[in-house]
Ligand binder design. Structure first.
Ligand SMILES: O=C1O[C@H](COP(=O)(O)O)[C@@H](O)[C@H](O)[C@H]1O
Length: 232
């Protein structure tokens, strides 16, 4: 599926424009179905976007927010994506939204993935909005190069839901939605910032194995257009 690059003069401009686009998409879904859903990424990039989105005037009580991926750590851990969303997105007007976490206080990460799959199945499919990030190694969501479940996660025939991922570059064991859960969002965004990430994107757009740079699965096989938002 084709991708479109949207370039901005600054991260603040990007955050504002992306917040407007996402708010419009969520409002359109609410007008059509009475509900809307969004899956967001963690990491260092989305903070300003989350803060901008939280101020947008939409019917947040009809919006369900979840994460594209999460570390297998509780929400009070500083590396938790849930904590980032709590502090920056579930604020202001967006306080009224429902949040479905991927982390579950289970005995194993596999059990947590089963529980997260069950809970997230109630959100409805496909997601209205998916915001992906990308690491310097070409990972997106928790699709890490060398990940123990990478092939299964990227296989389009793997059912929608949450699976586990362990990889050298991932730190803690991870919980991640499968590629099949993310590829068909009504609005599918890849949000990256900095010259370094632009270079990584250019490399990913070239030839090579998806397993080496898993973002390639999204760029090559998403069934929705990929809207790439970039700022220096
Ligand atoms: O591990 C993760 O990293 C990616 C990219 O994060 P960034 O700090 O380079 O912006 C992120 O998209 C993913 O959700 C997160 O778990």
């Amino acid at each position: 599926m084709a991708s479109t690059l949207h370039s901005f003069a600054s991260p603040a401009d990007l955050a504002d424009s992306l917040a407007d686009k996402v708010a419009h998409t969520l409002s359109t879904a609410i007008a059509a179905r009475g509900a809307a859903s969004i899956a967001v990424s963690g990491g260092s990039t989305p903070k300003a976007f989350f803060q901008a989105l939280s101020t947008r005037d939409i019917a947040w009580d009809k919006v369900t927010i979840t994460l594209v991926d999460e570390r297998f750590v509780p929400a009070d851990n500083t590396r938790s994506n849930h904590l980032l969303v709590d502090a920056n997105l579930l604020q202001d007007k967006a306080k009224a939204a429902r949040f479905v976490p991927l982390y579950q206080p289970a005995a194993s990460v596999e059990e947590a993935a089963r529980l997260a799959t069950k809970k997230s199945a109630e959100i409805g499919i496909p997601f209205d909005v998916v915001i992906l990030g990308m690491g310097g190694d070409g990972h997106t969501a928790s699709f890490f190069p060398g990940g123990n479940n990478l092939a299964e996660a990227l296989d389009a025939s793997t059912p929608r839901g949450v699976i586990t991922m362990e990889a050298e570059g991932a730190g803690e064991p991870r919980l991640t939605f499968t590629f099949s859960s993310l590829r068909d969002a009504a609005l599918l965004v890849l949000h990256i910032e900095g010259e370094g990430k632009k270079d990584v994107l250019a490399k990913a757009e070239g030839s090579g194995d998806e397993a080496d740079m898993p973002i390639r699965a999204v760029l090559r096989r998403a069934t929705s257009p990929v809207e790439i938002y970039w700022a220096p």
